[in-house]
Design a protein around this ligand. Structure first.
Ligand code: FES
Length: 196
């Protein structure tokens, strides 16, 4: 991302948090960013109170400023809590794993529903024990996917009707008004209309 931003001439700052020097990536590019005042490294030695001060760092956002973050679940949750006042469409994140997603699924029970493929004029049932993408495959309708756990965004699909039950860890509230990740999310309504 920093290479792309440099190419675009965009202003940015990287905040890199690691436990200690031994857990910090050794990279010429990172050193160059630090030397140019474009990156800050934080070592907390296992105690978050010694690490980055998220409250102060994220207190204000500049005009047009976007925040991108990834990391362990506790770190992600702490950042989300400190950015509730940011415009949701300016917040972007990616989980290292689907841990949060698994926790999410444990709390929810699955029921069957119909998917209505608007452009194809087809309807398929999604059984309680399968995902939307599984149901599509079973009916010879293939959609590109990767993680299949709701954190990469590859299976992004527009929906046109119904009430999705979003179970991903990628989309923000604005995205969720129009899109669904069909590898993991389901439907709260008996029928979900997809732009497929
Ligand atoms: S395939 Fe990764 S979010 Fe659906």
């Amino acid at each position: 991302m920093s290479s792309e931003l440099k190419t675009r001439g965009a202003d940015f700052h990287l905040h890199y948090c690691a436990r200690n020097q031994g857990k910090t990536i050794q990279s010429n590019e990172l050193m160059e960013l630090i030397n140019n005042g474009k990156a800050t490294i934080y070592h907390d030695n296992g105690d978050p109170s010694n690490g980055i001060d998220l409250k102060t760092t994220l207190k204000e956002y500049g005009d047009g400023e976007h925040l991108y973050f990834c990391g362990p679940t506790g770190f992600m949750t702490a950042i989300k809590n400190e950015t509730k006042h940011w415009p949701p469409e300016h917040i972007h994140y990616e989980h290292f794993s689907a841990v949060s997603q698994e926790q999410n699924l444990e709390k929810k029970s699955n029921t069957e529903f119909l998917i209505n493929l608007n452009r194809s004029k087809l309807k398929f049932k999604v059984e309680a024990n399968e995902s939307i993408i599984d149901s599509l495959r079973k009916n010879n309708f293939f959609i590109e996917s990767s993680c299949e756990e709701g954190y990469c965004g590859t299976c992004l699909t527009r929906y046109l009707g119904g009430e999705p039950d979003h179970r991903d860890t990628v989309l923000n509230e604005k995205d969720r008004k129009n899109f669904i990740l069909i590898c993991c999310s389901r439907s709260n309504s008996p029928e979900l209309v997809l732009d497929l």
